[in-house]
Design a protein around this ligand. Structure first.
Ligand code: UDX
Length: 434
């Protein structure tokens, strides 16, 4: 199969490289010339474990190419994937579809007479209809189908998620397009990954419903954690106790500082907007969005409370800035709000993150970034673990304590125990447990 991937961001690049690895001929297209030039030099625009190796292997095998020209890239393609960004539109939270529609127009101008156009970008219900209308207007006689094929990739584990998916969702009722999609995903089909054919609208909604449900699970356990703290229970025991029920499942029940990242915050908001447009309230999702927003500030206040309500002029060491480990992505990271809350209260912030400091320094220019976790906590009154990077799971707590001037360890990811922290001389504050 010949595949064109329009948009070489996170989703496009991972999907393109994995499709090439399946044996397809793939061209990844992006308007950003410097990005394409760097990709041709095997320099990845994002940090994703295993991606550079996978890209190199498939470029060398001549199955994966990069181009700035959509026109060239889609020539002879059996399927054209749209994988451009759909950020939250400023002001109203709707997904901004201008990139998707602009690409649809270009596809309409340059595509062959027969092609499958696949939206991989996360797009609200009905976007496929609009993409189809745009292309149909330009090419009234072409034989084409617009398919929804949402991705469920987690950053940091994207290649594994792509190659061993829980399911593949393909939204089209057009038989010949189903066949093309089937051929594209054949290696996964042979691996017995479930492939679900649905209507286009159902596929579009599945993506939002999945992310909203996962965000709900996290927010639910976060609120349970707050309750655990009040009543003196242990949220990790509660998680395990409910997660062993097969109907609930153990995953996404880790209490923490609130969810962040490029998907959950944006997709839950977009789902709210769609629900409003259709006058079909999604009250649970509304509550989730609100609770998660409030939680991030509450985490800042938790740190302030650990320092007896006063952080003015005090140095606080932050470990972990990215929204989760194994990524350099800072989008909607809880650290941004937590740091802001602490700075508003007069704290001085020093931070370390294994991959995110470069990006974080643009968002938080007035905090000091330290090359080493032990430098970030030096002379600090408190240390706050915001992201559960492996590098922070095995800190020498004795050394951390000695380097600090204070004794508060605020562990927002529950990676230490009260016992070991107290043994090192800390006052220990966790999430939803002592
Ligand atoms: C998510 C979805 O998992 C993926 O299917 C979708 O395609 C894109 O959005 P991602 O944003 O990469 O992927 O991160 P994920 O690992 O799902 O974590 C999202 C956020 O939830 C992080 O901030 C993480 O720290 C938080 N989280 C996750 C928790 O606080 N507790 C949990 O138990 C799980």
């Amino acid at each position: 199969m010949k595949i064109a991937m329009i948009g070489s961001g996170y989703v496009g690049l991972v999907s393109g490289a994995c499709f090439a690895d399946f044996g397809h001929d793939v061209v990844c297209v992006d308007k950003d010339e410097s990005k394409i030039a760097r990709l041709n030099d095997n320099i990845m625009p994002i940090f994703e474990p295993g991606l550079a190796t996978l890209v190199r292997k498939n470029v060398e095998a001549n199955r994966l190419k990069f181009s700035t020209s959509l026109k060239e890239g889609i020539k002879g393609a059996d399927a054209i994937f749209i994988a451009v960004g759909t950020p939250s539109r400023r002001g109203d939270g709707h997904a901004d579809l201008s990139f998707v529609y602009a690409v649809a127009e270009e596809i309409g101008e340059y595509m062959d007479d027969k092609s499958v156009i696949v939206t991989k970008s996360t797009v609200p219900v009905g976007t496929g209809d609009e993409v189809e209308r745009i292309i149909r207007d330009i090419r009234p006689d072409a034989k084409f189908a617009v398919v929804s094929n949402p991705e469920f990739l987690r950053e940091g584990a994207a290649i594994g998620d792509f190659k061993r998916p829980d399911r593949i969702v393909i939204g089209t009722e057009v038989k010949w397009a189903q066949k093309v999609m089937h051929a594209i995903y054949r290696p996964l089909f042979l691996n017995e990954s479930p492939i679900l054919f649905t209507s286009r609208k159902s596929a579009e909604l599945i993506k939002y419903a999945a992310n909203a449900f996962l965000a709900t699970k996290i927010t639910f356990i976060n609120e349970m954690a707050d309750l655990c703290e009040k009543v003196g229970a242990n949220v990790q025991d509660v998680s395990r106790g409910i997660g062993l029920d097969n109907r609930i499942g153990p995953k996404f029940l880790h209490a923490g500082p609130g969810y962040g990242g490029s998907c959950f915050p944006k997709d839950t908001l977009a789902l709210l907007k769609t629900a409003q447009d259709y006058e079909s309230p999604v009250r649970i999702v509304e509550a989730v969005v609100q609770a998660n927003d409030l939680r991030k500030r509450a985490m800042g206040r938790k740190v302030i409370a650990a320092l007896d309500g006063d952080v003015r002029g005090k140095k606080i060491g932050i470990l972990g800035l990215t929204f989760k480990p194994n990524t350099d992505d800072m989008r909607d990271a809880p650290s941004i709000t937590i740091v802001q809350t602490l700075q508003d209260a007069g704290a001085i912030i020093c931070a370390h993150d294994p991959e995110g400091m470069e990006e974080a320094s643009h968002i938080m220019p007035d905090i000091q970034m330290c090359e080493d976790p032990y430098l970030a906590i030096k002379d600090a009154e408190a240390v706050v673990i915001i992201t559960e990077w492996d590098a922070y799971r095995a800190l020498q707590l004795d050394r951390v304590k000695q380097e600090m001037s204070g004794d508060a360890l605020i562990d927002l990811r529950n990676i230490y125990s009260k016992d070991e922290a107290e043994k090192a001389g800390f006052r220990y504050f966790a999430i939803g447990r002592v």
